[in-house]
Design a protein around this ligand. Structure first.
Ligand SMILES: [Ca+2]
Ligand SMILES: [Ca+2]
Length: 454
């Protein structure tokens, strides 16, 4: 009986021991899997840290649009870290080529700031939806693209298309037709819905390519202007101030409208002629512009060419228009990157002519498909990139008038990028993705959004 009891006990103990062994094996497996998942997540995070370092330390290099930089793909792709890698993936271009590096938020249209007429030109965004978006903005600011889901006619599919896990890559289930969720067209391309065109983050720091604060045309005094910009002389600066005293600058292209003023004694005696730095416009084309502008002045009730116009009183002096343009196109192009109409240091919602796609450019006022194509092909043929928005004046089909309606909406650089980093273990197909919105518009660096995607 005792023997039987001992055998019984031993059997039970064996079963318990085996159970425990199995459980502990299972525990080790789960721990290992969790450990691997944690590792891939940290490798993905390492990629974002790398992107931040790029944006902070290589500020000058990165002011050039990443699309145009001579990118060594190995620099961003399968970068070794621990026993795995991270990859900064920037999406697929129109030719089906994968791109690596950061994504420029200014390559998209800002849904928080852009007027409905422009929004309505976005493929897949109707006029009524544009009106709904404008109405939504009046109630509350749109802080995330997901806020658009509050609108009746916006679904997850409208917003994110086939990319339902929002990781920016074409996962197998997003390219298999109706075999698995989500439904897709199995064409090998990722349709990202409206999210391909829209952002809430695009912003720039109002500095020139050499990282100096831009001169605020609606605020700066004449001395401040001449001190900061070597290509603007005293008379041109006085003329800018005189123009602004009558009418605030609505775009930097209005510099082309500014007429040179000269100072006169209050009795009407000329006080000063043009300074030696100033040269008159020389070409026929520019003379025509001058005449056209003079006639515009007449239609606005302004002065005739050379006739004294009411100017600002400066002690015993006043100014009068000379009827001569202060900036011809070449002079404007020299100064365009150094000035802004913004009163603040940060401007939101501009579209980067160096990174935006043809489709995005074609949404802007006055730009049709043909002109958008020429803007892109011109920059593709460049060694580096458009240095300032004024370079668009050289693109075939871009007129001064068209440019004037456009230039307050565009930029040639950006300060907000998305890093989409994928961490993976060596030899493993599974990955973790981190998407972060990185903003260097202010002195302090900001991470505006952070998403860890399974
Ligand atoms: Ca996806
Ligand atoms: Ca597809």
């Amino acid at each position: 009986m005792a023997l039987l009891f001992v055998l019984w006990l031993m059997t039970i103990l064996c079963v318990v021991a085996m159970e425990m062994k199995f459980a502990s094996h299972l525990h080790m497996q789960v721990t290992a899997a969790l450990g691997q998942e944690t590792k891939t997540l940290f490798y993905a995070r390492a990629g974002v840290e790398r992107a931040i370092a790029d944006m902070v330390l290589e500020k000058n290099a990165i002011t050039m649009p990443l699309e145009q930089r001579e990118i060594d793909e190995a620099d961003y792709r399968d970068v070794p870290v621990g026993d795995g890698t991270y990859t900064l993936y920037a999406g697929m271009d129109v030719d089906g080529q994968h791109r690596y590096g950061l994504r420029d938020e200014c390559a998209k249209i800002n849904v928080s700031t852009t007027d409905p007429a422009v929004l309505a030109k976005i493929p897949g965004l109707s006029e009524s939806l544009a009106a709904d978006i404008a109405a939504l903005r009046q109630h509350e600011p749109i802080q995330d693209l997901g806020d658009l889901l509050k609108l009746e006619n916006v679904t997850l599919f409208t917003l994110y298309g086939e990319d339902q896990n929002r990781n920016g890559i074409l996962d197998p289930n997003e390219d298999d037709g109706d075999r698995s969720w989500p439904s897709d067209n199995a064409d090998g391309h990722l349709d990202s819905g409206l999210s391909a065109y829209l952002t809430v983050w695009s912003a720039i720091h109002e500095v020139s390519l050499d990282n100096k604060a831009r001169i605020k045309l609606n605020k700066a005094g004449a001395d401040e202007i001449t001190k900061a910009i070597k290509d603007i002389n005293q008379q041109q600066a006085d003329s800018i101030v005189a123009y602004r005293d009558k009418k605030k600058f609505g775009s930097i292209a209005e510099l082309l409208d500014v007429e040179l003023v000269e100072k006169v004694e209050q009795k009407g005696q000329p006080a000063r002629k043009g300074s030696p730095k100033q040269s008159k416009p020389e070409t026929d084309k520019e003379d025509k512009n001058k005449e056209q502008n003079a006639s515009e002045d007449l239609s606005r009730g302004g002065s005739k060419k050379g006739e004294a116009a009411p100017g600002k009183n400066q002690g015993n002096q006043t100014t009068r228009s000379t009827g001569v343009k202060a900036f011809d196109t070449a002079a404007f192009k020299r100064v365009a990157d150094f000035v802004t109409i913004a009163d603040e240091d940060v401007t939101r919602g501009l579209v980067n002519i160096n990174t935006a796609s043809e489709e995005v450019l074609a949404c802007l006022p006055g730009i049709d498909e043909g002109l958008a194509r020429r803007i892109v092909s011109e920059r593709d043929g460049m060694k580096d990139h458009y240095k300032s928005v004024a370079d668009l004046l050289d693109v075939n089909g871009m007129t001064t008038e068209l440019f004037k309606g456009l230039c307050m909406r565009i930029t040639a650089r950006s300060d907000v990028f998305e890093a989409r980093s994928f961490g993976a273990l060596e030899g493993s197909k599974s990955y973790r993705c981190v998407s972060a919105i990185l903003d260097r518009t202010e002195d302090e660096f900001h991470i505006r959004a952070w998403k860890e995607i399974e």
